[in-house]
Design a binder for this molecule. Sequence first.
Ligand SMILES: [Fe+2]
Ligand SMILES: [Fe+2]
Length: 298
Amino acid sequence: MSTIETSDRFSTILKRLSDKSVADYYNPFVHFSWPESLPDEAYWMTPSLVSTHGTEVGAQLDERQLMELSKWESVNFYSMNVHGIRELLMEVVDRIHMPGFEVPSEFFHHFIGEENEHMWFFAEFCLRYGGKIYPTLKLKTSAPEDPDVGNLLVFSRILLFEEVVDHYNMTMAEDSRLHETIREVNRIHHKDESRHIAFGRELVSLLFDRVRDRLSAEQRTEIEVYLKRYVTTTLESFCNPTVYRDAGLGDIPRLRERVLADPRRHEAEQHAVRKPMSFFVRSGIFSDSSLRPADTRA
Ligand SMILES: [Fe+2]
Ligand SMILES: [Fe+2]
């Protein structure tokens, strides 16, 4: 592809974000204090973020069960990060120093370095306190014929993923009920991600501008459906049957199905993505901010 039509605005923002990346640099391998263990009788994830929160099934769980669930759901959340980062790194590594990405390549170096470090501390948390990294389901995708549309989809997915994660990070960083190590992992990730998200929004806007006029109505709908499906799949990964079993809730009939169908879960999901959805509507990529038409699941 040809060089992205950049503007002074984009170059100025990239310079500011790269400088900030240098100024805020920390060594993750010495930054965190990892206690031998984290307390069992405590929340590891903010209660309102736990997948059953507000649902009919959640109302049947006592506090001890919710704490146990919050523990395994936090390990699941960090596992999702490990896999999400691994996948986004492959896409960015594939593009750095390739024609068309000359302008953001300097920032990509910061991005790749930081994401490698995030992947390390999320994996460290999972292995130390959960003894494992949960596996991930891979969403099958085929690259569109138009490489510009392909780039738009890739960087939109990265942005959407980072924004969903950021909702969880910000909530947990501010939650004084959580252990300081948990809060710090979320706090430090949020700090780095605020730069990545600012960059991602600029890049996605530019990538959309270059294809906007040649997209048919049908192609626009396909892009919107595809990206919303990506967000829905990501959000549904928070309701993980293996996690429910690890938390001792394996005997509750149709637990995942009931949580996924609960209108309160849909509200929580919609709340988690309110910021990126309004960005995608504002930039003209989405026609509305609803994750599901008429709020029904296929
Ligand atoms: Fe990250
Ligand atoms: Fe990031």
